[in-house]
Design a protein around this ligand. Structure first.
Ligand SMILES: [Zn+2]
Ligand SMILES: [Zn+2]
Length: 251
């Protein structure tokens, strides 16, 4: 069983195809399915109570992606708190602003909110971590005559994974083989050329891969081999293989 389309198979399913032998162009569309987990980190400086550092270090990080969370980095400097110089370790009660109430037991003061009463402030790095999951699922087709373009797009069902027989190794195809060997079937699938579809698929993949740090990537690509049949006297037709041995004729 061949996964590739042939004129003979096309004639079997569509006996009304023009009799003269057509000129055949072996082409292929490419379906790409990618799931990428990406992390972006930005760092800022914060001032916190030195007494809170240990507690922040112990805060568990979320396990699931995507998530956004903050992680305390290096402590750059420690200095005395400047907000509680009047009464070290204490500040005006935020409820009564100093006149005395139940919250401050009539003292007018509570623990300094900046240093947490310990009178020491730390200047530290805070890493803001933004994990995202990006998904891409799309089919890229080489150009075909305008009259067939919409038919081709309609005939290719993006939402279903094609059979394994149509799997195309996108990453292997992007590297050149050692100079003594030919470049192995790099821009085509079993002799079916992707044309500019491969470039467009790679460009789109690069766009979602770029920026940040890659945590995980799942990538699948499949070829959708088809024949473009042309005759001097008749409108063109496409023969699309579904990867199970069946073909459909589009015209
Ligand atoms: Zn008070
Ligand atoms: Zn203070």
């Amino acid at each position: 069983m061949s996964v590739l389309p042939t004129v003979a198979a096309a004639r079997a399913v569509d006996p009304a195809l023009p009799d003269p032998e057509p000129v055949e162009a072996a082409l292929a569309a490419l379906t790409l399915s990618a799931r990428i987990q990406r992390r972006e980190v930005s760092t800022q400086r914060i001032e916190i109570a030195a007494a809170r550092i240990e507690k922040m270090r112990r805060t568990p990080r979320p396990a699931a992606v995507p998530s956004s969370h903050a992680v305390l980095g290096n402590v750059l400097e420690r200095r005395a708190c400047t907000l509680c110089t009047v009464r070290p370790g204490f500040g005006p009660c935020p409820f009564c602003t100093g006149t005395g109430c139940d919250e401050c037991e009539g003292q007018g003061f509570t623990k300094c909110t900046a240093c947490d009463g310990a009178r020491e402030i730390a200047i530290a790095e805070l890493h803001m971590i933004d994990d995202r999951e990006l998904r891409l699922r799309a089919t890229y087709a080489p150009s075909v005559p305008l009259s067939l373009d919409a038919l081709l797009r309609e005939a290719i069902d993006d939402s279903v994974d094609p059979p394994d027989a149509l799997t195309f190794d996108l990453d292997r195809s992007s590297v050149f083989a050692p100079y003594r060997e030919a470049r192995v079937d790099a821009d085509s699938f079993e002799g079916h050329s992707f044309g500019d579809a491969l470039l467009r698929a790679r460009a789109q993949l690069e766009r979602i891969r770029e920026g940040g740090q890659q945590l995980e990537e799942e990538l699948h690509a499949w070829a959708r081999p088809f024949l473009l049949l042309t005759w001097p006297e008749h409108p063109p037709a496409l023969v699309l293989a579904d990867g199970t041995g069946a073909v459909s004729v589009l015209r």
